[in-house]
Write a protein that binds this ligand. Structure first.
Ligand SMILES: [Zn+2]
Length: 369
């Protein structure tokens, strides 16, 4: 999975190029693979691997480890001897890994990118119950199941169009480091039957990301390009609705795109900056006004393009700032929302899956209207 590798190396270049595998003294045969346990935390894991109390304190305070997710399906490598304890953690959705090493009482924490060895696995099945469960019955991974719906959810409202017994197939990467299986990677090919027709998508990689694409989808009518180079939806648009039993109102007026902090954001269309600044809940935010009554919203940004002020003209593809976790946020992501004539609408049906910079390649592949 080289997706994001380039992007990430740009962001973290200083750390990466300084890194010469600080654990090169550890032999492959001494590295063991471990499963993250349910509800695991950094301090608990380090304790299990005999890190000292002082080292655990330092590691927990480390900024790069702050947003690391401990998902039970992500494995990690560890090794131990009388004078060192070593762990290599892997981020779930990109190639970043984190080394935590205590050697002769000294703690080192370092971030690096991993060149995984990749195998491909393919599976197929049919929809029995929810899509998520149907995929999971074939390949036991929450990550792969969620990712499968990403592949098609820009094109279809899957909840509405999927029928029982509809067939699906997928090919996904299995990622290995030091010969050990760590996690699943990108879905390379996927197919899904919708209304009796089979739709196929393939992953096409490009600088800083990639897109699941098929040349039978027509995106010409969509008003916006993707604001990021890699669309991974961690939380979809959910119109305001009251839960029938709990009466709790669940709503999410935009879509959350989970990306590492520092990932660049690009204008999805021409427009004018309406509002820009910082507020308690959205953090660093930006609102752009477009033609046809559209407005786009960007929340939790790490940095805002300093040239932008209310009234600034925005050109499609222009750099807007970077993904972050400011305001009410627990993990770096872009909260991207779209209003038309003052009403929130589902952004996933208004964006093309690729950025403006990649338009030539994908628009020539797509069928014409
Ligand atoms: Zn959100």
């Amino acid at each position: 999975m080289k997706v994001l590798l380039l992007l990430i190396s740009l962001i973290y270049s200083s750390q990466i190029f300084a890194s010469t595998q600080i654990y090169s003294f550890i032999k492959d045969k001494d590295l063991k693979v471990y499963k993250v346990k349910a509800f695991d935390r950094l301090d608990k894991i380090l304790e299990r691997h005999s890190f000292s109390r002082d080292s655990i304190k330092l590691a927990v305070a480390n900024k790069n480890l702050q947003f690391l997710s401990f998902l039970p399906e992500i494995q990690y490598l560890a090794a131990q001897s009388s004078n060192f304890s070593f762990i290599k953690f892997y981020e779930p959705f990109n190639d970043i890994s984190h080394i935590v090493l205590e050697r002769n009482g000294q703690l080192t924490v370092e971030q690096m990118t991993t060149e995984f060895d990749t195998q491909k696995v393919s599976t197929k099945g049919s929809i029995q119950g929810p899509l998520f469960e149907s995929i999971k019955s074939r390949i036991n991974s929450d990550i792969v199941s969620f990712r499968f719906s990403d592949v098609f959810s820009l094109d279809y409202n899957l909840v509405k169009v999927l029928k029982k017994d509809a067939e699906f197939s997928l090919t996904v990467e299995k990622l290995f480091d030091h010969g050990k299986f760590i996690k699943y990677g990108e879905i390379l090919n996927a197919s899904l039957d919708i209304n009796g027709k089979t739709y196929r998508k393939s992953f096409i990689e490009y600088e800083g990301g990639g897109v699941h694409f098929s040349n039978d989808t027509n995106y010409h009518a969509r008003p916006f390009f993707a604001p990021v180079t890699y669309v991974r939806i961690s939380s979809p648009f959910q119109p305001r609705r009251q839960h029938p039993i709990t009466k709790r109102v669940i709503s999410h007026n935009g879509m959350d795109l989970e990306m590492p902090s520092g990932t660049p954001l690009y204008a999805p269309a021409n427009g004018i900056v309406d509002r820009i600044g910082y507020k308690r809940a959205p953090g660093n935010y930006l609102v752009i006004r477009h033609s046809n009554g559209f407005e786009t919203y960007y929340n939790h940004m790490d940095s805002l393009n300093k040239k932008l002020v209310p009234g600034t003209k925005i050109k499609t593809g222009q750099f807007l700032g970077t993904v972050g976790c400011t305001g009410f946020c627990t993990k770096p992501h872009l909260h991207f929302a779209v209003k038309q004539f003052g009403k929130w609408i589902d952004p996933s049906k208004k964006i093309k899956p690729f950025t403006y910079a990649e338009r030539n390649r994908f628009e020539s592949l797509a069928s014409n209207p």
